[in-house]
Write a protein that binds this ligand. Structure first.
Ligand code: HPA
Length: 234
């Protein structure tokens, strides 16, 4: 047990999928895994461990934003020996060729500041995905009826951003989409010699204002879970 995760040692798999929403963790575990057990419910941040194609997998909610994800990812890496963390979540599209419902596989995650910033001081660390996961996810995604983009994303600290000029610079520099967690996940994985990746569905679009209807969110989320699982065990 850690401060925020009630699981016993051995309850957590080396491979952990991390949706922001704990109810998505529940849905994904019940839909894609067998022999599913609830392993964490501290603060309602549900975590489940089960089996996928003979492999042990945990699906643990991360909460929203880097400070929340940082707590769970730190404890999973430090205390439970997790080796592969894959964020599955949503993001806002930032380029015209990126459409609502597309999948973004995040190669790098730019950020204004993350919980890890205090250790880097004057250095701008470049959080990047694990190459083996990135290439395996890109390959796996070809088996799904979805358009896939691979490139840089922006991990923001605000969903309701007031700095339009920042978004503008992200767009100008080719950032594909905005979410709120990946940069800290990649940084922590680097620190703990683990593998990390973020696979994201475009749920809304900053320029067009379009958003994914709720009845289509489940299918898109399901595609992401499968891409993440295939990538983890490729
Ligand atoms: N901003 C930040 N995070 C997000 C967004 C967004 O527009 N959409 C989904 N996650």
């Amino acid at each position: 047990m850690t401060i925020h995760i009630g699981a016993k040692p051995g309850d957590i798999a080396e491979t952990v999928l991390m949706p922001g929403d704990p109810y998505r963790a529940k849905w994904a575990a019940e839909t894609f895994l067998t022999d599913v057990r609830l392993v964490n419910e501290v603060r309602g941040m549900l975590g489940y461990t089960g089996t996928w194609n003979g492999h042990k997998v945990t699906i643990q909610g991360s909460g929203m934003g880097m400070p929340s994800l940082s707590i769970y990812a730190n404890e999973l890496l430090r205390d439970y020996g997790a080796k592969t963390l894959i964020r599955i979540g949503s993001c806002g599209g930032m380029q015209p060729e990126v459409k609502v419902r597309d999948v973004i596989i995040a190669m790098t995650a730019t950020t204004l500041g993350s919980p890890s910033d205090s250790i880097f001081r004057e250095v701008n660390f470049a959080p990047c995905a694990d190459w083996s996961l990135l290439s395996a996810a890109t390959e796996a995604a070809k088996g799904f009826d979805v358009d896939v983009h691979v490139g840089g994303i922006y991990s923001s600290d605000t969903f309701y951003a007031e700095r339009a000029d920042l978004d503008e610079q992200m767009v100008r520099h080719g950032i594909l989409g905005v979410e709120m967690e990946a940069a800290e996940l990649y940084t922590l994985a680097a620190r703990h010699k683990a593998r990390a990746l973020a696979v994201l569905t475009v749920s809304d679009h900053l320029q067009t204002g379009e958003s994914l209807p709720s009845d289509q969110r489940e299918r898109s989320f399901g595609d992401m879970v499968e891409i993440a699982l295939q990538a983890a065990f490729a």
